[in-house]
Design a protein around this ligand. Sequence first.
Ligand code: ATP
Ligand code: MG
Length: 629
Amino acid sequence: MTANLRTTLKLLAPHVRPYLGILGLVLALGALGASAQRGIFLLLTPTWEVLFPADPVALGSLGAAGQAQELVGGGGLGAMRDGLMRAVLGAEVVPADPDARLAMLFRVGALIAAISVLAAVVHYFFLYLARWAALRMVVSLRVSLARHLMGLSLRYHGERKFGDLLSRISADVSTTLNIVNNTLTELVQEPLLAVASLAFAFLIAPEATLLVAVGLPILAWSIGLLARKVRKGSVRSHTTLGASVQALSQMFQGVRTVKAFGAEERELERYREMNEGYVRATMRMVRALAFTNAWTILYSHVGLAILLVVVGVFTIKSGLFQHDGDMLTFFMLISGVYSNIKRTARAVTRANEAVGASQRLQEVLDEVPEITEGSAAIAIEPGKALQAGVELRDVSFTYAGSAAPALADINLHIKPGETLALVGHSGSGKSTLMDLVARFIDPTAGSILVGGHDLRELSLDSWCAAYAMVGQDPFLFHTTIAENIEYGRPGAGEAEVAAAARMANIHEFIAELPEGYQTNVADAGTRLSGGQKQRITIARALLKEAPLLLLDEATSALDPLAEAAVQEALERLMANHTVLVIAHRLSTIRNADRIVVLEEGRIVEQGSHADLLARGGVYAGLQETQLQS
Ligand SMILES: Nc1ncnc2c1ncn2[C@@H]1O[C@H](COP(=O)(O)OP(=O)(O)OP(=O)(O)O)[C@@H](O)[C@H]1O
Ligand SMILES: [Mg+2]
């Protein structure tokens, strides 16, 4: 149990630390509020006294109870009561005069009202600050999770299910922060109320209070046992929730495919089944939760009955309570203790839900980023980095978990200003090679040299600034076209954006749209074609003005007109950059200065288009079957 609670504490610690001061204040307010709320009960005794002034004679006969309690004027238990009477009523003896008694009653009423106002104000700030701190912590945890995830490699994201991550960042964080949110308020408030009640009860009747206190550890222990079940259930519940969010996100991401295959019902059925799994897992936890609460109620009520009988017996036999008002106050306080314990138990079980959820978050945070920069990372000018091109020396790469290397003993020098085309069968390692150059992955052997440095020695930012990348599937953010292009160089002006669009052969098209550059690409009615999207991403890359261009040509064919437009844009791009292109089109390849042919992770041929054709090797074979004219 403690090991797991430690997980939660470790997870929360960095986010709690900035708010420790506030939390201390919350704790103090909670204690003050609890004392005020429970202190009101103490005023019952004087009230009782005013309404039913005790008969000192009757009390005197019970005085032989064996308790060393000094009787005072109005009858009663002791010095504490004595003081209380004086403080509240302004006298130790209740006068017989009805008017004087009424005045005393109003005095007590006013005092209760005053304490209530204090309790209410304190409670307001207690809740306000507790929730405020909790919300701040949620946000801080979410942001740091997102930041951590961003730093993880593409491989991690490739394997990871997007929906599951989404569910972790939203649902699991919320559940985890229950421990400081709803639960913090309860976990602080309720035990404090219980302690305040017990303390006040102890002042009135020490023996009886000790009797109550003996029963509490047993209750706490049994709740701890049940809480473990809740925790296990919580992990299962959140895991299945993650799976169902995953199913949902897949379903909508692939909505075209789903509809095209008329698979809506099948998908919905699958989603329904996943939700069934979620219900089953959650209900297991709910059963444990409900059982815990029911057990607490049973224990506390039976406990109250036993206490009533025991206290009653002692009161009858030996005058444990010598005064009805005291006994009333005592039971008011003690019954309060049990409901505080009940709510504390509920908070503890909820906190265990949080522990379950935080385990899943810790898993994410424990994932170590593969691509890191050393403490002495070198920052280098983009132009300088590319001065001598990019050199791969004996580079090999093997994906984790696969036996054969995806790339083996690659020696390749991409010269400055050169356009180098990579070709090869599917699975030959082209994308892997490009990922290495982009430093999405690091070689398992050998090294990549730029500007006289190993790529791993450079700061991530400075290498990133040295290249622009155009991917196979153009990705646009759900915002305006202008912003999508500007992404290449934040802060670029309108004129520069338009110039890049012109170079990318897309300016005319954008200018004709009713809203021009301010058109939102997500708006209905402005669905862009594949070729248009591609040219927007090319404009984005152009705007970045990085010396090295990494280009993964789309395999899907565009219609000849769009194709020509994209081709023209690419040619402009290639003219003044060092380019590494995964080429599928003959036109691109013809424009390349050099063609490198990959086969099963090795370079098998290189040269110009004409040379390679003449050779009649792998390239000539590819030419016939794969490359598009
Ligand atoms: N994330 C991965 N984990 C394990 N193996 C991978 C991973 N990505 C690629 N591979 C394997 O590495 C080899 C090279 O893949 P790569 O994606 O580089 O090929 P490619 O030449 O780009 O193919 P295509 O033309 O189809 O895009 C393949 O055998 C592939 O199965
Ligand atoms: Mg590929």
